[in-house]
Design a binder for this molecule. Structure first.
Ligand SMILES: C[S@@+](CC[C@H](N)C(=O)[O-])C[C@H]1O[C@@H](n2cnc3c(N)ncnc32)[C@H](O)[C@@H]1O
Length: 193
């Protein structure tokens, strides 16, 4: 029997294999900044991490975590919804983003009423899929156990299924197999052609 796995670790493993110093990445849900810091460590020096969150307090908490000047130099934060990805990311970087991370739901330790919403999540996923470089990866951690989370997870799953299989490979990983409310990771990889 498979044991419960950490989806955060799994997402980092999949993304870490595709990022190099100088690469471009997006943290679509910055939150407390753990993923942002992880991405910065992969792409520095010379790369860039674009981070999005609708809560200023989350961005401040993330910024405080990035203490090294060499990492700070590679960080651009937007106090905005990830639904605005295409408008916020410089046009010269469209099609050159090696990794995009989504960690859905609410900010741990924060206001649980402020959480990702299926409509804007799906709009952002479509935008993110257009920004990816050949061979680039998009990961989505989803939480069906949160209020509204089951519907959002379901919609993300259907969005993944609707992708063109000639352009994108989709892998779904459960934190705990056969538990409907257990977190789920979707990993979408753009083909290298
Ligand atoms: C589960 S937390 C992210 C955890 C984070 N990746 C970390 O490493 O700490 C989800 C975050 O998504 C943010 N969020 C909710 N809706 C959003 C939206 N439309 N655009 C960007 N961020 C959003 C919340 O404010 C919250 O901080």
């Amino acid at each position: 029997m498979r044991e419960r796995i950490s989806l955060v670790d799994k997402a980092h493993e999949l993304i870490g294999a595709r990022l190099r110093p100088g690469a471009l990445a997006i943290d679509a849900t910055v939150g407390n900044g753990h993923d942002t810091l992880f991405l910065l460590r992969q792409v520095a020096p010379g790369g860039r991490v674009y981070g999005f969150d609708i809560q200023r307090s989350a961005l401040e908490s993330a910024e405080a975590k990035v203490k090294e000047p060499a990492l700070r130099a590679c960080l651009t934060l937007f106090h905005d919804s990830h639904a605005g990805l295409l408008e916020r990311i410089p046009k010269t970087d469209h099609g050159a983003i090696a990794a995009v991370m989504f960690n859905l739901g609410y900010l741990p330790g924060g206001d649980k009423a402020v959480m990702t919403q299926a409509d804007s999540t799906l709009a952002a996923l479509t935008a993110a899929s257009r920004l990816l470089s050949p061979g680039g990866i998009l990961t989505i951690e989803a939480y069906p156990g949160h209020p509204g989370g089951a519907q959002e997870t379901d919609q993300v799953g259907r969005w993944c299924e609707a992708l063109n299989p000639e352009r994108f490979k989709v892998e779904g990983i459960d934190a705990k197999p056969n538990a409907a409310a257990a977190p789920r990771l979707f990993a979408v990889t753009r083909s290298s052609a």
